[in-house]
Design a protein around this ligand. Structure first.
Ligand code: F3S
Length: 289
């Protein structure tokens, strides 16, 4: 069985940077808090919490010390609350996310109505909405975009969650354009890594018999990657760890493609490759390095 890894796999630039900054802060300050999960990968978060990182749900739960802001960013309101509490802030917000936040803020100042293409419950999108003007709407799909209505003189602007699929983004843009607002501005805020990762995964999925997508089930970019692969190859499986690799999947399979979400570490990818070569032994090793 031939196993091919996608050319873009493992941590993206933003996640690598966030994890490095958190590890450095842990070395320097000992115990620190993170607002929400620093990245959407359970195994990495567990490894960091063993070193002293404590995830909390809200700024109210932090009394003092150092707080790490995740790569998904936070809203201006939460940032003000953290500053008011006098906390030491380590801001790992990904530069691609910061760019989308700046655009959303500017569009409000310039009087545009804003449509964000993304998952309304994702922390990145929740924060982005708070940078955008009031009345901003979030749509996840073409169908949701079809329900939007605009005034005839509307000046509309569209931007995207950084990890959206380009195809979905373009679909929504097409629907909004069809509603003929007076002015439409489109900002492609999908990050280069997400776009390239999806393209390379789709290419690989079209050439193999079975595809494995490794990543957290709560990770937006991992879910998106899985959807993209499934569109070209039904035999696509999303797995979080090597323990989920099932021998039965590989009957009559000669070629396997492997890709990963942007918050999946290289060591986890290496374990899945090993487990795929020897599916019977997948339960052997479960401990983090
Ligand atoms: Fe940033 Fe893109 Fe990664 S937005 S965190 S480089 S997936």
């Amino acid at each position: 069985m031939k196993i091919t890894k996608a050319r873009r796999i493992g941590f993206c630039f933003g996640v690598k940077r966030a994890v490095m900054m958190a590890e450095e802060a842990l070395r320097k300050y000992g115990e620190i808090s993170s607002l929400g999960s620093i990245i959407h990968n359970k195994q990495v978060v567990e490894a960091l919490s063993a070193k002293g990182l404590k995830a909390v749900n809200s700024a109210r739960d932090i009394d003092g010390g150092t707080v790490v802001i995740s790569s998904h960013g936070i809203s201006p309101k939460v940032a003000r609350e953290l500053r008011r509490k006098g906390l030491k802030i380590i801001d790992t917000t990904c530069p691609f996310v910061l760019n989308a936040q700046r655009i959303a803020k500017r569009l409000g100042e310039e009087g545009y109505s804003v449509v964000i293409v993304g998952d309304a419950n994702h922390p990145e999108v929740k924060a982005l909405v708070d940078f955008a003007p009031s009345g901003t709407v979030v749509v996840g799909s073409r169908a949701e975009a079809e329900a939007l209505t605009f005034r005839k003189d509307a000046r509309v602007s569209i931007l995207s969650q950084t990890t959206q699929s380009t195809a979905n983004f373009l679909d929504v843009v097409g629907v909004v354009l069809g509603k003929r607002p007076k002015e439409l501005r489109v900002f492609n805020t999908i990050c280069n890594d997400a776009e390239e990762r999806q393209r390379l995964a789709r290419d690989l999925a079209s050439k193999v018999d079975l595809m494995l997508v490794i990543g957290g089930r709560h990770s937006a970019n991992t879910k998106r990657l899985c959807e993209v692969c499934k569109k070209v190859l039904n035999s696509t499986h999303l797995i979080e760890t090597e323990g989920e690799v099932e021998k039965a999947w590989f009957k009559k399979v000669r070629t396997v493609g492997i890709t990963s979400g942007a918050s999946t570490p290289d060591w986890l990818v290496a374990r899945v490759v090993r487990a795929t070569r020897q599916p019977r032994r997948t339960q052997d090793s479960q401990k983090n390095p």
